[in-house]
Each structure stands twice: as C-alpha cells, then as structure tokens.
Design a protein around this ligand. Structure first.
Ligand code: GDP
Ligand code: ZN
Length: 441
C-alpha cells in the first residue's frame, strides 16, 4: 500500500523541479503586490497542486485516498503535535473526528527554517498509523485520539501571514484558507480604535480576503456618561464611512442579542458555510460573539449568560472551532502582531478600496506633497474621508495607528513593538532548542 504513494512522489519529481525553476524566477522578480513569498511554494513540499487540471487532481487524490490516506483540516498546532479534523465528503471538517498527527519527516528536511509547515486551516492528507484499527463504518476504534502522519498539504487558497518585525524578508504564515476576516471591536470597554480596524482591513486587502466589521456592545451607546453627543456623532460618521466603502458593518450587542436581533440574524447569514478568521483585541466580545453562532441560538430565545462558553477561546493559540451554522471560526489571539508597516504607496493605495482608480500625476505618488494628486483632490471633495486618508498616511509612514481619539498613544505603540520583539526572541530561543533536539536525534 505504502508503495503506491511513494511511486506518486517519484512521479512528482519533475513537477517539483518545475516548481523550483518557478521559485528561482520569483526570487529574481520583486515580491508580488499581495506580499506572497517564495515560502508559499517551498513549505508545501510535494503536494497536490490545485492549479493543475482538475482531472489530474481528482485522479491523484483518488489514488492517495484509496491507498489509505485521509483528508483532514488542521485545527490546532502545538509544536509538533497537530490536531486534525477529518473532512467529510463535502470537504467540510468534522471537528468530532479528531486525529493527532505529526508531519512526515521529509518535510522538515525540505524546509528546515519553516517550523509551521502546516498551520491552522490547512487542508492536508494524512496516513493513519499502522496500529489504528477501524470499525465497519471506516472510523477508528480507539478511545484515545487515533494517530497519523501528515503526508501532503494542499495549496492554500488564502492565508494570513505576518512579517518578521526585525527581518521583513521573513514571513510567518499564521492561518490558512480563511474565507472571511471579521474585525471585531467594541464601542466601549475597550473603546473602538478605528486606526486599528484600518490596519486589519489593510491586512485583509493585502491577502485578498473579504473583510467585515463587527461593532459589539452597542448597548453602551445608550449610556450618556460614556457616549457623549460628540462621540456619537463621530461614531455614526465612522460607521457610514466603512459602509460607503463597501465593507459590511454589523452593530450588535452580543450580551443581549435580542436587542439587536436583526443584525445578529444578518451576521449569521453572512457567516454561513464559511471559515472565518476573527481579529480583534481581547475583551471586545469575540467569545460572546462566537456563542451567538452556536446551535442553541438558532432562535434567539435566551439571554441567560450561563450559556456563554469561555475557556478555550481565551487561549493563546489559534484554534478552529465548529460553529452551529455550518461555519467555522478561527480565533486569532495572535493578530495583535499583524504588521503592515513598510509598504510602498502603490501597494498601500491598493489596500484602501476607495483610493483605487484615482489618477495622480506621478505613478508612485505618495498622495502627500505631490502636485496633481487625485487622492488629495478626492479628499478635498469629500469623496475620500479625511479619517481614512490620515490612516493611510500613518501606515505609509510606518507610524501605524496613532490618530484619533481612543487610539493608542506613542507609548503604547512602543510597548507593542517591545512586546513583539520579546515574543520573537522567545520564539527564536524555542526554535533553537528544537533544533538542538533535532540534531540529537
Ligand atoms: P473576548 O475577550 O473578546 O473573547 O471577550 P468576551 O466575550 O470574553 O467579553 C469581554 C467582556 O465584555 C465580558 O465581560 C462580557 O460580558 C462583555 N461583553 C460582551 N458582549 C457585550 C455586549 O454586547 N455588551 C456589553 N455591555 N458587554 C459585553
Ligand atoms: Zn496621489
């Protein structure tokens, strides 16, 4: 049995060589606008290419699955322990059918630097360990988690990566195959930071991902002590800015969903059948929001806070959750470290949808001091909001999110960078420890 797929790997050698040639080509070119890197090709190793003819793809897949390999979706990664949910016929992960997998050794050798050969959301093929026995339905008999080895990874249709803050040539892929990035913020506690929302939106645009904004805790808008008239005015203006650009904005109260029943319904519709990445600071109500997607909420009948699940969502790793509406969610606690600094103006202009299509005199116009700038003209005419223009400038100059009230101060930004650097150092140390481990083996 095992021979079959090895044969397949041999056959794929030519394709691998083709790919290496392509990589060399890409290396010579500048990085693409989307920020995709060469690593995309490298980390996947010998895989089933999505861009080949569908027929060939189906054939290979059939060959591998009939040789005993199973389709799965990575739902959690803890160093070398990878939790995989088996995929059903429709390609949807069944989070009840869990496997504990490792990655085939050859992939480590190919991409030694890339620790996360697979990331949460990846679609993979794994081979059950020899000692796993199956029942008549083809399901493993073990009461413990059955084990397997990941042999192949599918090409990612989308991914979220962050650049290494100290080495911008490096990228860490964090999540794969997301259909929608949902930026969650709360109007108060903590107060909404529009500059941060813009950062996440830019990240989504950069990855070619559709994005939506959820504004939670709108019940607090009724509190005149918090929501001054001035605040309300600015808030409403902001909401309409994003709606006008074309982003879906949902204003909800996750704690008392009845209060915003129509919005919650609309939200559930928008989420249906998708793999959703949630971005946002802790405390904004991501867990509460996820709970609205549970089957118990099919009809919003209860406001009993006891149903609120906690625990797992407050963890510090990415984890894929099955929601009650045929949707899947990845909570992304790590998104704090999304880094979109250091982009040229052309790329960044592309990431602000309402900036597209304005003609400037200079091709590489930074829309700052240049004459005959279409963007500045649009700002003057009110077709582009000043708020978003300021955000753009901030990002372009690497100042990141500093503008406006409720946004972070310089000290916070510096603290953020410090925290990131420290996290990176710790990660490097951990990696070195693993490397030594490798050598000892
Ligand atoms: P997470 O850290 O983003 O997962 O946020 P949680 O779901 O744990 O919520 C953080 C806090 O905000 C909790 O104390 C919730 O009770 C509170 N909260 C969540 N949703 C709402 C809401 O709609 N209105 C108000 N007033 N509080 C909320
Ligand atoms: Zn311009």
């Amino acid at each position: 049995m095992a021979r079959d797929w090895r044969k397949y790997l041999d056959e794929s050698e030519t394709r691998r060589r083709d790919r290496l040639v392509k990589i060399e080509k890409i290396k010579k070119q500048k990085r693409s606008v989307r920020g995709r890197t060469v690593d995309d090709w490298l980390v996947d190793g010998p895989l089933i290419e999505g861009d080949e003819s569908e027929e060939l793809f189906a054939q290979r897949l059939a060959q591998l699955t009939s040789a005993g390999q199973r389709r799965g979706r990575v739902i959690e990664v803890h160093k070398r322990n990878i939790f995989v949910a088996e995929e059903n016929q429709e390609g949807q992960p069944e989070t009840e059918l869990l496997w504990l997998c490792s990655v085939a050794k050859r992939h480590f050798q190919r991409a030694h630097k890339e620790r996360n050969f697979v990331v949460v959301g990846d679609r993979i093929l794994f081979e059950p360990d020899a000692d796993v026995t199956f029942d008549s339905e083809g399901q493993p008999k073990e009461t413990d988690l059955p084990r397997g080895v990941i042999q192949h990874a599918f090409v990612r249709h989308s991914r979220i990566a962050r650049r290494d803050p100290l080495n911008p040539e490096w990228e860490h892929v964090m999540l794969a195959n997301i259909d929608l990035l949902v930026v969650v913020a709360s109007v108060f506690h903590p107060e909404v930071r529009w500059g941060l929302i813009d950062r996440f939106l830019v990240q989504a645009e950069l990855e070619g991902l559709p994005a939506a904004i959820v504004l939670n805790k709108v019940d607090l808008l009724e509190n005149p002590k918090l929501a001054t008239e001035d605040f309300l005015e600015r808030y409403k203006k902001r909401v309409s800015i994003y709606k006008n650009i074309g982003y879906d904005v949902f204003e909800i109260c996750a704690l008392k969903p009845r209060k915003t029943q129509a919005e919650v319904k609309r939200l559930r519709e928008a989420f249906k059948g998708k793999l959703i990445g949630f971005a946002g600071h802790s405390g904004v109500g991501k867990s509460s929001l996820l709970n609205l997607m549970k089957p118990e909420f099919e009809q919003i009948v209860d406001e009993n806070p006891d149903i609120f699940y906690k625990g797992r969502h407050t963890t510090t790793y990415n984890s894929l959750l099955q929601l009650g509406i045929g949707a899947y969610a990845i909570d992304t606690p790590g998104v704090r470290s999304f880094s979109v600094e250091g982009f040229d103006s052309i790329t960044l202009t592309e990431c602000f949808p309402e900036f597209r299509g304005h003609k400037c005199h200079y091709r590489e116009c930074t829309h700052d001091h240049e004459p005959q700038c279409g963007i500045k003209a649009a700002v003057e005419e009110g077709r582009i909001s000043r708020e978003r223009y300021r955000s753009f400038m901030g990002l372009l100059k690497g100042i990141s999110f500093r503008e406006g009230e409720g946004d972070s101060s310089e000290a916070e930004v510096i603290a953020d960078i410090k925290a990131r650097t420290q996290a990176r150092d710790e990660k490097l140390k951990a990696q070195q420890a693993l490397d030594t481990e490798d050598e000892e083996q």
